[in-house]
Write a protein that binds this ligand. Structure first.
Ligand code: HMG
Length: 403
């Protein structure tokens, strides 16, 4: 598994001050502290490629049979984002590459599809990449629930982190709780309704997971949820405990089962398709000793809407496969933005008329969107270009960028 978060963030204290909202609403009401902000030379492709690089460490790229790219921040109506990664991370011409969409849930559909491919041919290795930029209108209730980031993971017959159980419970319904028409940069959302649909979908999916032979609530050690904001996970867990007949559990016991899975998401924000798997990584990096051999349940929710509840057993040697210090470094080395720089980064627009533009060098990651020419996006590796990001020298509009 690999993760990536942009090198820039906005402290929600800054946002609260500017919007005239008590910070406590964001901190304890939503459970969010900071949100990642993408600079002009990053998008779902560059973030996904960076996460894939970590997931493939020590694994020959030529051994990957299929790459599936799950996103709702697609950059092209026709060409799959997976094809850009195919070149950037050096996959083989025999590796199949495509993109999936169903809001935040498509990464889970990719995982389930990947397990079928692997069951069919156990020597296959499938790379799943989930990468997104969550964006709502400025000063809207959704604004503090933005974020950006990517997770990539490898699915194989020889898992090193988690062995998936066979039971899956899912629920699908055509509703309008959250959507983004092709002509909009920001999502449309009926916020309170979306929370109700999320919880309804969770209940239905759990019942079907139980019916399919899933593990009882009390046999599951930790729960990871799709986290548009981390309090959604706490709300979901309290609701599930009630449905599963465990409403007698003390709030402390409920919190213990979700808390380690909230740590990265509190500081990165919503990452749509990557959110659930960022929570899983947060759990694997932060759970107290004893997680090995334990059971983890996962609930994936994608607006529109579809949900899936499933579970897995953590491999005894899972710790050897992860590098929590690297993940903490990704967060600790980020640059805190001023509110002006946050707006400049949000408002930066690529040309839509075929003209040529070079993007300012901002990213601190391994890949960047160098520019656009004749409607073609140009990606490059930053490995050899160790220069100070333009944005730190000049800001985006000549204004001070970092706090
Ligand atoms: P809102 O109207 O700003 O907030 O919208 P609120 O008034 O409901 O307050 C939020 C919480 O803060 C409440 O807690 C308040 O009590 C509390 P709750 O009652 O829910 O436990 N609060 C305070 N706490 C401490 N001190 C204070 C204070 N004031 C209030 N002073 C909403 C919140 C989440 C609706 C909004 O941010 C939004 O629309 N977000 C985007 C949509 C979203 O995240 N929906 C979640 C489910 S849908 C989903 O997960 C799918 C998604 O990821 C997309 C996809 O699938 O692709 C979004």
């Amino acid at each position: 598994m690999g993760m990536y978060a942009p090198g820039y963030y906005l402290d929600l204290k800054t946002l609260a001050e500017v919007r005239g909202i008590p910070f406590e609403k964001f901190r304890s009401g939503l459970g969010q502290q900071e949100m990642a902000v993408t600079p002009p030379d990053e998008d779902a492709v560059t973030m996904g490629a960076a996460a894939a690089l970590e997931a493939l460490e020590g694994i020959p790229p030529a051994s990957i049979d299929t790459i599936m790219f799950a996103t709702e921040s697609g950059i092209d109506q026709s060409k799959a984002a997976a094809l850009y990664l195919h070149r950037l991370i050096g996959l083989s011409p025999t590796c199949k590459a495509f993109e999936l969409k169903q809001a935040c849930c498509s990464s889970t559909m990719a995982l389930l599809m990947a397990t079928s491919l692997v069951k069919d041919s156990p020597d296959r290795r499938v790379l799943v990449v989930a990468s997104d930029v969550a964006r709502y209108d400025t000063a809207s209730p959704g604004e503090p629930t933005q974020g950006a980031g990517a997770i990539a993971f490898l699915v194989s017959a020889d898992p090193r982190l988690l062995v998936l159980d066979t039971a899956v419970g899912s629920h699908t319904e055509d509703v309008m709780d959250f959507w983004r028409p092709n002509y909009r940069e920001t999502a449309c959302v009926d916020g309170k309704y979306s929370i109700r649909v999320y919880l309804h979908t969770l209940g239905k999916s759990w019942k079907r997971y139980e019916k399919a032979g899933g593990y009882p609530f009390e046999d599951i050690n930790y729960f990871c949820y799709h986290l548009p904001f981390t309090n959604m996970g706490s709300k979901a867990h309290a609701s599930l405990a009630k449905i599963a007949g465990h409403d007698h559990l003390a709030p402390r016991a409920l919190r213990r089962a979700v808390l380690p899975g909230l740590i990265y998401n509190r500081r990165i924000g919503n990452t749509y398709t990557a959110s659930l798997y960022l929570s899983l990584l947060s759990l694997l990096d932060h759970a107290p000793p004893g997680l090995a051999g334990g059971r983890v349940a996962l609930f994936s929710y994608g607006s529109g809407s579809m949900g899936a509840f499933f579970s897995g057993r953590v491999m005894p040697s899972y710790r050897r496969q992860l590098d929590p210090r690297r993940h903490k470094r990704i967060l600790s080395r980020r640059i805190q933005l001023t509110i002006e720089a946050y707006h400049d980064m949000r408002d930066y627009a690529l040309p839509c008329d075929g003209s040529t533009i070079k993007t300012p060098r901002c990213t601190t990651g391994p890949f960047r969107l160098a520019g656009i020419a004749e409607h073609k996006r140009i990606y490059e590796s930053t490995a050899t270009a160790n220069v100070t990001p333009d944005v730190l020298r000049h800001g985006l509009s000549g204004r001070v960028c970092a706090v």
